[in-house]
Design a protein around this ligand. Sequence first.
Ligand code: HEM
Length: 470
Amino acid sequence: MNHSTHRGVATKNYPPGPKGHWLLGSLRPYSLEPIEFLQEQTERYGAFVHFKLVHNDAYCITDPELIREVYLNQHTKFVKNRFFWGHVTEIFGRGLLTNEGESWKVQRKLAAPAFQRRSISCYMACMRDFTEAMLNDWQDGEKRSLHDEMMRVTADIAAKTLFDKSLDQGGQRILEAVHRIEEQIPIRLRRPFFFIDKLPLKNNRIYHENLNILDEEIHAFIEAEAHSSTPSNTLLSMLMSARYEDGSGMSRQQLRDEVISIFLAGHDTTAISLSWTAYLLSGHPAIKERMLSEIDTVLDNRSPSFEDLAQLRFTRNVLKESMRLYPAAYMTGRDAYEDVDIGGYTIRKGSMVFISPAVMHRLPEYFPEPDVFNPDRWDTIDERALRFVYIPFGGGPRVCIGEHFSMMEAMTLLSMIYQRFDLQYAGKAPEGAMLSATMVPRQGMPMCFSKRIRIKESDTMSPAMMQENL
Ligand code: HEM
């Protein structure tokens, strides 16, 4: 890229970019439509763009080699974006999602074994049971918000795998509190100034009241686990038995922060990915038929086992392609913790860097016909070459710790849902995305469920048998 040929506020200190408003810079267009804004700037100025958000320097990076610098090679020089996470520090505390520095490193090392493929395979039965219960509740011909259904089932699975707690038995209070807090997150994230979070507003009161409820409940789970004679087979129990180098365990507060972060980071992202997958399938019947045929052949009316998931190759491609077009975590952001030299420029301490999976995933140089839903592209793509291009789970040491968990959960849900039901989008208009911390379906993804009737060969009657029956 030849920086000197671009128009904008390029100086030898900054890569090119839009001039923006004299006071607010690009705050307005960025806040209104962040993905479109970054896409437009990338098309106009290239793979390294500079702009202003009020008095802050901000950068958008879409060159995978520069993303490698931020996510991996120079990751210790960055912290998570405070413009974003600063509004919700009371929720996540020093949990993995927002923790920094040495403390993050130690916590990540301690938590990692609990999220390895081998450790989480035991949660497959729980995922199947909750999916089965949800499907038993669905009626042929009815219309429901698929997003609500997915949010509920992923919350059920998260509560069971984290604390061995069923949300039906006394867990309603925590679910309600989580729901209220999740409603408040987009409201807080849209605020341009932090002082608004401290004002005596109704929304701030709701936020704090529900955070107190969530705290009470989580601390009660931690105490129950600490005093239990037999440790449960839960993520909480694994975190509680993990030991630092000096032999001590995590404090109650640290456990609380980790558990809430995992619960909140984990359930809506998976739910959202499934809702968008069903939406794409509904609009692409030929692709859906191929997926149904694979599910029917591999599973043959059984519930999927851990081993079966590896055989569902096309179904996995469908999921990957849907996470390309609709990455639930559409934006990752960092703040420079010190001056950082990248791509021939110095990103000054305190500047913000935006890396957007939503923007990266539609770059035509990596994904020809980027807006087309084409799961087959994953058969020919060299995924190692796309390591810092296809980034639905981020990248580098801060890559999503729940990646295997969520893929196993999403594949289980997807295959079991389509084994039993056909889903048709029933919204009055095409579904749109509401951009909060995640890419939420604005209309709740209304879907019509029709029971699939699958006639196995052994169930069909031969002409001779039909004759006999007459
Ligand atoms: C489709 C589902 C999911 C998506 C799209 C997703 C996406 C992401 C992304 C992009 C990041 C990195 C953010 C950044 O670099 O700023 C991340 C981090 C994280 N995710 Fe996920 N996630 C998903 C599911 C889960 C699940 C199921 C869990 C837990 C069970 C989880 C827990 C976390 C945690 C704790 C982090 C912070 C990791 C760290 O910084 O060390 N996520 N996720």
